[in-house]
Each structure stands twice: as structure tokens, then as C-alpha cells.
Design a protein around this ligand. Structure first.
Ligand code: DC
Length: 221
């Protein structure tokens, strides 16, 4: 029996192709795309805007408790995607700024923030079947899903991908912070299908994902 709604959990290291492939898979299946990293980035941006010290766990937790947010599902170029609005504003450009990127891992390590994010991310199910990308979707946010994937690529390849996007980032340091935090660290979920796509294009990666998803769906029927 098929269970509804379906959540496809796509976790992995930074620059392993999660966003590109999650969008390709969501489009192909007509599912709603959810970028959970964008939600953590939004809180990091909000803290910077409100002059909250991102190294002060209590202050970050308080900011997260108090901020006024709303989830919406917007359609952009034929892709339906969930957005987290703060005070009715979606800081699309601001969350990609280097200062936000530098602050986000601190915010993401705060246990109360992770609890808030888990609840909010689970609430996205109101919009239908989901392709949700992040670091802890298969391990923590939707551990009950049968559709768990983990993408990775070599550090050299991932750094080259970021550089091609014009972003110069210390991925090794970010991976280390994401993997070593106490709460919901980046790790491979039990039962997840793992793909190292160092020498694959995104067309090949998304084709592999779709083939695996269809196999799992035929087993579920
Ligand atoms: O995927 P991204 O680069 O936009 O993620 C931003 C940060 O948020 C990154 O440091 C990892 C963290 N993150 C997380 O801890 N859990 C998630 N589900 C998604 C992102």
C-alpha cells in the first residue's frame, strides 16, 4: 500500500548536488521542493539583522522562539517550493551572502533551534508530497520515510563546484562543524541509499535518484 504524503529525504555534504538534484527530482515527480538549509540561513540572517550574537546559544534560542514566521508554497518557473517568511518577507538574496553563510553553522548547532526547525519542517507536509533536502532529514526530521538518500562527492570536486558558482568557502571546516555537532549531526541514515557523484553530472545523478525512487515505489504498491 502506498503511504501518503510521500517524503523523499535527500541529505549529504555541502556542494554534493543536493539542491540541483532535489529540484530536478521534485519537477520530474511534481512534488514540492523544500530547502531546509534555507530555513537555517534565514534564522542566521534574522539574528544578524537583530544584532543577536550567533555564538550566544541562549540569545539565538530566544530569537528563534520569538520570531514571526509563516510557511508558504510558491510556484517559481513551474517548481512548487516551500518558503519560510519572516515578518512576511522571504530574504532570498540575503541568505546567500557570505556573512549569513559564516553564521549559519553556529545557529544550526543550537538544540532549541533544531527542535523548532524539525517541527516546522514536518509541518511542510501540509503542501503535499515533498522532496526535502538537508543534513538530518532521513535521520531526524522524517526518519519514518522509506525514501532516504545521501549524496557525497570528493572534497576537491565539491570545492570546484562551489568555486564555479563564484563562492569561495572552506567546505572542510563546514563539513566538520555539521558532522560533529551534538544534536542531529550530518550522518548517513539507516537504510539510506548512498551515491558518490564526484564523476557524475547532475543529469546522471537525478536519473539515478529517480530510478531508485521508482524501484522503491513499485515495492510499496
Ligand atoms: O545546505 P545549506 O548550505 O544551505 O545549509 C546551511 C547550513 O545549515 C549548513 O551549515 C548545514 C545546516 N543545515 C543543517 O544543519 N540541517 C539541515 N537540515 C539543513 C542545513
Amino acid at each position: 500500500m502506498k503511504k501518503y504524503p510521500i517524503v523523499i529525504a535527500l541529505d549529504g555534504t555541502s556542494a554534493s548536488g543536493k539542491s540541483t538534484n532535489a529540484k530536478l527530482v521534485a519537477r520530474a515527480l511534481g512534488y514540492v521542493y523544500v530547502d531546509t538549509g534555507a530555513m537555517y540561513r534565514t534564522l542566521a540572517w534574522h539574528c544578524l539583522l537583530k544584532h543577536v550574537d550567533v555564538n550566544d546559544e541562549k540569545a539565538v534560542a530566544a530569537a528563534c522562539r520569538k520570531w514571526k514566521t509563516k510557511l508558504e508554497c510558491a510556484e517559481v518557473n513551474g517548481l512548487r517550493a516551500v518558503r519560510l517568511l519572516v515578518d512576511d518577507y522571504f530574504p532570498e538574496k540575503e541568505i546567500r551572502l557570505p556573512e549569513t553563510a559564516a553564521a549559519v553553522a553556529h545557529v544550526a548547532a543550537v538544540p532549541k533551534v533544531r527542535a523548532w526547525m524539525k517541527k516546522t519542517q514536518r509541518d511542510c507536509i501540509q503542501f503535499g508530497d515533498l522532496v526535502m533536502e538537508g543534513r538530518d532529514i532521513g535521520t531526524n526530521v522524517f526518519p519514518e520515510t522509506d525514501f532516504k538518500f545521501y549524496l557525497d562527492a570528493s572534497l576537491a570536486e565539491r570545492s570546484a563546484r562551489r568555486a564555479a558558482d563564484g563562492v569561495n568557502e572552506n567546505l572542510a571546516a563546514r563539513d566538520q562543524r555539521d558532522s560533529q555537532r551534538a544534536v542531529a549531526p550530518l550522518m548517513i541514515a539507516l537504510g539510506a541509499k548512498v551515491l558518490n557523484n564526484s564523476s557524475m553530472t547532475s543529469a546522471e545523478t537525478s536519473a539515478w535518484l529517480l530510478a531508485e525512487i521508482r524501484k522503491l515505489m513499485s515495492v510499496e504498491k
